[in-house]
Design a protein around this ligand. Structure first.
Ligand SMILES: [Zn+2]
Length: 380
């Protein structure tokens, strides 16, 4: 388990409204650090792991004491118990210790257990490095930032211009590179889209197809990098394999960002299917499902839509492939055996359909008659 995974992705931002109805949205700024800082950060990450494991041990002992009543330690109990501990650490300060305590307590509460996994500092099962901090302990200084009495140079320092961050962390990725992640608030801008409504079908052949026929192809994300990953692994080039994995993930995120941005700029009302990868991962299509990025796309549509004042609705995908979008009869392909059927002709009304576009049309039509499963509802 890696505590850094939560702050590093720029997912699901929380919405904060103020009385004047300006929408502020939380985003994560992510900037790569220059390599000279890696040694220091690796050492600091080991100290963070020490604090995490101490929290873990202390909480577990309090939950099952040798004598007396068991007690569930909150983050504030941990803060009190660890007060003054920063003098024993060479790098991290009390604010980082408190951040670790708070993150630990939140994770433990969410997991509903008395003990979590240890953070490991060495060896092959090493946890990815993570050093959290509070807003005040990171200062901008020219093109660099200062933290714990040390300067860190970053790539693209101009992105910090005029930005006010709240809290953040240094996080390491699987390749071993370190990133500065900062939680910031940005103003959402509400606009009116030129087109009215769209339905989006999430699939395997294409990640997404809209009811107007636009497609987000998945073939480019991963499949052409795959043979190179296999080759690197066969030759024992671990770092090369990890770099390729990161390249594939970046490419996928980039394609999804572009697609979701285009949809949000174009349409006022957006209906998305509710397929969950959790069910399909168990089947033979597992690999295609795992790198399809449905969840990521839905999340992007939701938060981008929210910023721009769109209605994003998530609707059930039941019967959307089988039903004909012209007459409503269940004449289309069904079941896993007919997954290969890409185009079909309705036997009831004679309309010709592209499988995915037809499904997307049904999703759009269905979103208006049925109640949505979740998501922000359309305004009347
Ligand atoms: Zn029909």
């Amino acid at each position: 388990m890696n505590a850094a995974s939560a702050p590093t992705n720029s997912g699901a931002p929380a919405k904060v409204s103020d009385p004047s109805h300006t929408i502020f949205v939380a985003r994560t700024l992510r900037m790569k650090l220059k390599a000279e800082a890696y040694r220091w950060l690796n050492a600091a990450a080991a100290e963070v792991n020490f604090v995490w494991n101490w929290s873990n041990e202390t909480t577990a002992k309090a939950a099952r004491p040798f004598a007396g009543k068991p007690k569930r330690l909150s983050e504030f109990d941990l803060d009190n118990l660890s007060a003054g501990a920063s003098k024993y650490f060479e790098r991290i300060g009390s604010d980082t210790i408190q951040c670790v305590n708070h993150e630990y307590a939140a994770k433990r509460r969410a997991a509903k257990r008395t003990r979590l996994r240890w953070r490991v500092s060495r060896g092959t099962r090493r946890s990815l490095g993570w050093v959290p901090f509070k807003a005040a302990s990171l200062k901008r200084k020219g093109k660099a930032v200062r933290f714990c009495g040390k300067s860190f140079r970053i790539f693209e320092p101009e992105r910090l211009q005029g930005v006010k961050w709240r809290q953040g962390c240094f996080a390491q990725d699987a390749v071993g590179d370190w990133w500065l992640c900062l939680g910031v608030k940005v103003k959402g801008e509400t606009t009116i889209a030129p087109k009215e409504a769209v339905g989006i079908d999430l699939g395997l052949k294409e990640v997404a197809v809209t009811s107007d026929g636009a497609r987000c192809e998945r073939s480019r994300f991963y499949r052409d990098i795959e043979p190179r990953i296999a080759q690197a692994q066969r030759r024992g080039h671990k770092r090369q394999a990890k770099l390729l994995h990161r390249q594939a993930a970046n490419r996928r995120r980039d394609a999804l960002h572009k697609f979701s941005r285009r949809i949000v700029n174009e349409y006022q009302y957006i209906a998305v299917g509710d397929v969950s990868s959790a069910q399909l991962v168990k089947t033979r299509m597992a690999k295609a499902v795992l790198d399809s990025g449905w969840g990521m796309l839905r999340q992007m549509l939701q938060y981008k839509g929210e910023h721009a004042g769109r209605s994003v609705v998530i609707v059930s995908e039941r019967f959307t492939t089988r039903a004909c979008s012209s007459c409503g009869c269940l004449t289309g392909p069904s079941g896993p055996r007919q997954l290969v059927v890409r185009r079909w002709c309705c036997s009831a009304c004679g309309a010709e359909h592209d499988r995915d576009v037809n499904a997307a049309r049904n999703i759009l039509a269905g979103s208006r008659s049925r109640t949505s499963v979740s998501g922000n509802e359309p305004s009347p």
